[in-house]
Design a protein around this ligand. Structure first.
Ligand code: S3P
Length: 170
């Protein structure tokens, strides 16, 4: 697998439900490296759930915590790193990803609605999920594409197939 000296071997971005953690774990297993994800890092550091941070502190505060978690992961982690689905909204976070082997796990709106639905753990999608997914994807697609070295469509693919496609593409 291709490596960036000192940095993550693969960084996964993409919307919630695109399979970042499942695929990321599979890739890490295949490569024999560690898996890490910024949501889990934030929960561990803050001692509360992401949804509580959103509700209590607001999204801008969360994005700042997330940018710091991405900076720490990019600097210190040499395995597979998955980012929260909205991490790419922050320009500073996008800058941190420059030059890294970033794979965008893309997903059509219909797949998103089918897979992720409207879980309480996904505070941006609580109301009218189909319309919100469409707006969310329209806003984010160019940003995912901007940071990505490769784009892998996840629709109609198993996590194993997506993991293989990422490894083949990077
Ligand atoms: C978010 C995605 C979540 C989490 C937070 C916000 C988003 O991560 O970071 O709820 O804005 O898309 P996952 O993509 O891992 O669900």
């Amino acid at each position: 697998a291709p490596t960036t000296p000192g940095g993550p071997v693969v960084v996964l971005v993409g919307p919630p439900g695109s399979g970042k953690s499942t695929v990321g774990r599979l890739i890490a297993e295949r490569l024999g490296v560690a898996y890490r994800d910024t949501d889990a890092d934030i929960v561990a550091a803050q001692g509360r759930e992401i949804s509580d941070i959103f509700v209590d502190e607001g999204e801008p505060y969360f994005r700042e915590l997330e940018r710091r978690a991405v900076a720490a992961g990019v600097a210190a982690h040499t395995g597979v790193l998955s980012l929260g689905g909205g991490a790419i909204l922050d320009p500073g976070t996008r800058d941190l990803l420059a030059g890294l082997p970033v794979a965008y796990l893309s997903m059509e709106v219909e797949s998103a609605v089918r897979r992720a639905g409207l879980g309480a753990a996904r505070p941006l999608l609580a109301v009218n999920p189909r319309r919100q997914w469409r707006e969310l994807m329209d806003a984010r697609r160019p940003l995912y594409t901007e940071v990505a070295r490769v784009v892998v469509a996840t629709d109609d693919r198993t996590p194993e197939e997506v993991a293989q496609a990422v490894l083949d593409a990077l």
